[in-house]
Design a protein around this ligand. Structure first.
Ligand code: PHE
Length: 344
């Protein structure tokens, strides 16, 4: 009797016994090796004919027992691992689950309103001009007909740079007007959107930083009527075709005559009453004909050219467009507030 065949059974038995199954991968390896269609036990059955006839039955029984012990080990290991999901039996990703919500970003309400206003003026030929936020005294004040000791400097509580009092955080984007006028000659038609700073006590209605858009139009024969029509066009684009506007006389050092424009909001309920301080009118912007002194300061011939300018705060318009009760909400970056503008 050849011993070889019997040894093969013993070897296989110890391979089965020694095979470590401690995870689903190993379980699968085990299955392929001992129970799969190309398992290593199967070829042993061919050796039945090499065995002496009287021993064949026993040999066959041993092979079957070997196979069963592999099956048994597989079943035991499988139920031991049972609670652990197997890659093969259960997909680790459930493709039928709804996806995680992917939060959409939102534009800041200031940006939304600013873009809309810029858009309105770009449609009629204004181009956007942007400039520095740290500005020298001349461009922020002097060029704009507000020399040192001019009482109008008190209107705008200014942040001066600690090291050099000649520099300020710009108090209005009129400084951009000054820069453009000194760099170029009419026709000039620009809007200047940007952030400005004033040393004001922070409250529900005012902040030390806010945004403005200023406009400037200089050419031959530009009149107050041109300004009025431009501003009416703007008000209609922003607040609807039926909007009513009014111009009230006002004062700015850099314009003469000067006015403030109000938009009629309505006075139907308590909120209207609060927003408009009981008048029904919202103060939207300051405007006027560019003072000839400003043109001369900036090297533009005031005998030949005239122009108008206007300036508006963005925060207030955002506040009444979206009924935001407190200006500070615009600067706190609270995601609960900002996410409300996802579809705005
Ligand atoms: N610069 C003015 C302000 O900040 C606004 C303004 C601009 C008024 C242009 C008239 C003309 O209040």
């Amino acid at each position: 009797m050849r011993m070889e065949e019997w040894k093969m059974i013993d070897d296989m038995q110890s391979q089965i016994a020694e095979f470590d199954i401690s995870n689903a991968d190993q379980l699968e390896q085990f299955r392929i090796r001992f129970l799969g269609s190309k398992n290593t036990i199967k070829p042993l059955f061919q050796h039945v004919r090499d065995v002496a006839p009287e021993l064949r039955k026993k040999f066959g029984q041993q092979l079957n027992a070997l196979k069963q012990s592999a099956e048994q080990k597989f079943e035991d290991a499988k139920s031991a691992l049972g609670s652990e999901p197997s890659n093969k039996t259960r997909p680790s990703i459930d493709l039928s689950l709804p996806p995680y919500p992917h939060p959409k970003g939102a534009q800041h309400p200031i940006q939304i309103v600013m873009n809309r206003i810029v858009d309105v003026f770009q449609r009629i030929g204004f181009t956007v001009a942007e400039e520095r936020e740290i500005e020298d005294d001349w461009h922020n004040f002097t060029a704009m007909n507000t020399p040192e000791n001019h009482p109008a400097r008190d209107m705008q509580d200014t942040f001066y740079l600690k090291d050099d009092m000649n520099y300020v955080l710009r108090t209005h984007t009129s400084s951009v007007q000054a820069r453009i006028m000194t760099q170029s000659q009419p026709p000039i038609r620009i809007i200047a959107p940007g952030r400005v700073y004033r040393n004001e006590t922070i409250s529900a209605r005012s902040h030390c930083q806010f945004h403005q858009i200023e406009g400037l139009y200089i050419d031959e024969g530009v009149s107050f009527a041109d300004m009025k029509q431009t501003l009416l066009y703007y008000a209609r684009a922003m607040y609807g075709e039926d909007v009513k506007i009014r111009l009230r006389p006002s004062y700015f050092p850099f314009t003469e005559p000067s006015a403030e424009m109000d938009v009629y909001w309505g006075l139907e309920n308590e909120i209207d009453y609060r927003i408009t301080k009981g008048t029904g009118w919202l103060e939207v912007l300051g405007c006027g004909m560019v003072d000839p002194a400003v043109l001369d300061n900036c090297g533009i011939d005031s005998k030949k050219y005239t122009g108008f300018a206007f300036g508006m705060g963005i925060e207030r318009q955002a506040m009444f467009t979206y009924r935001i009760p407190d200006i500070r909400m615009l600067f706190e970056n609270d995601i609960r507030f900002l996410s409300q503008f996802v579809n705005a």
